[in-house]
Design a protein. Sequence first.
Length: 117
Amino acid sequence: MPKAILVVQTNPTEPEREEEFNQWYTGTHLPDVLTVAGYTAAQRYRLVEGVDLLEGLEPPRQRYLAIYELDTDDLEQAAKDLRETVFGGDMAISDALDLGSVAVNFYVPISERVTAE
């Protein structure tokens, strides 16, 4: 079980660049993030539209979700290392990523993982 996860919600800059965005994110960005100390696994998801679990609930602004698993207790250092890699020029960020739509948050587990019998 990871010690923490990083949840990142994103969109492409425009619908015409969605394929480019997805190719970069899955093929380049996920592996790049996993070179940063503490980041051990990653997976992306796409929002399923048209399936209402709760009537009247607004869907999220972002259509894409990435979950990064971390094996570190020092999230401050993990955040700093990732920022330095991204903003230091060691990680290419596609201009197909809509930076204005990005939401990024760390989460830590507060319960044991429960599975179906």
